[in-house]
Ligand binder design. Structure first.
Ligand SMILES: Nc1ncnc2c1ncn2[C@@H]1O[C@H](COP(=O)(O)OP(=O)(O)OP(=O)(O)O)[C@@H](O)[C@H]1O
Ligand SMILES: [Mg+2]
Length: 239
């Protein structure tokens, strides 16, 4: 297998006295989608915050494309190609879809932000909506805009925090197809936090399972699904 595009080594993170991450090791392989699952409060969003530099880690290293980025701040990591979406949408309601994507692209420092925005609008089927104010979009369309914003500047790695939450079955299926196309055609690698097991086991190349701030299992989807500890801790009868 190719060398990982993203690695987290032995990451620990505390919120005051609460140990939210406890020695987490993760690898994301190039051009792949890795699912990150686990019960509420397991530390999934926190690990994204740790990787992107939004929350300071107490121990460990973050390696992007072979370079140690642990001492870089959020903006520097984004410029190096580490991008994310939030569990709650982060759009500006009073700005058009196109303007917002252009602005996000410009902020990443790419030279041709207009061409970057065009390519993303095309890829995510947002052309018909490009002059619409973000506040007027339906919920599913807002989530697609969120993904568009995260894709600006051609990131190497996308960390997505429950991008399918609240979507209809059809919208989530469409979003899953967009993600698969992005990994193959744009060479983006995706870490996908997701509660919908059909999505996770349908599109992920590997799966990592969190519980209480630790990795309790990882591997190929079929291996993880069959792991007795995972079934007990999380999947239950859904497995
Ligand atoms: N800002 C914060 N301050 C203090 N504790 C926090 C903070 N954010 C998260 N926590 C705690 O850290 C732990 C991990 O939370 P986190 O949000 O990462 O879980 P999660 O796996 O993303 O859960 P969910 O599936 O509900 O989104 C939980 O115990 C949570 O209560
Ligand atoms: Mg979360």
């Amino acid at each position: 297998m190719s060398s990982p595009v993203l690695q987290a080594h032995d990451v620990a993170l505390y919120y005051g006295g609460v140990r939210a991450l406890n020695g987490v090791d993760l690898e994301l392989h190039r051009g792949s989608i890795c699912g990150l699952i686990g019960p509420n409060g397991a530390g999934k969003s926190t690990v994204i915050d740790a990787i992107t530099g939004r929350s300071a880690i107490a121990r460990g290293q973050i390696i992007l494309d072979g370079a140690d980025i642990t001492s870089l701040d959020v903006v520097e990591r984004r410029q190096r190609g580490l991008s994310r979406s939030f569990q709650r949408t982060s759009i500006f309601e009073g700005m058009t879809v196109r303007r917002q994507i252009e602005l996000a692209s410009w902020k990443t420092g790419v030279e041709d932000w207009s061409a970057d925005a065009d390519a993303i609008i095309q890829e995510l089927n947002l052309a018909d909506l490009s002059d619409v104010l973000a506040g007027e979009l339906g919920y599913g369309e807002q989530r697609r805009l969120d993904l568009a914003l995260a894709l600006t500047g051609r990131p190497k790695v996308l960390l997505l925090d429950e991008p399918m939450a609240g979507l209809s079955a059809k919208e989530s299926h469409d979003l899953a197809r967009h993600l698969q196309a992005l990994t193959s055609m744009w060479d983006v690698s995706v870490l996908l936090v997701e509660h919908d097991m059909d999505v996770v086991f349908g599109i992920c190349n590997s799966v990592v399972v969190f519980e209480l701030g630790r990795v309790i299992a990882k591997g190929l989807p079929a291996e993880v699904r069959a792991d007795p500890r995972v079934r007990t801790a999380y999947l239950g009868s859904a497995a």
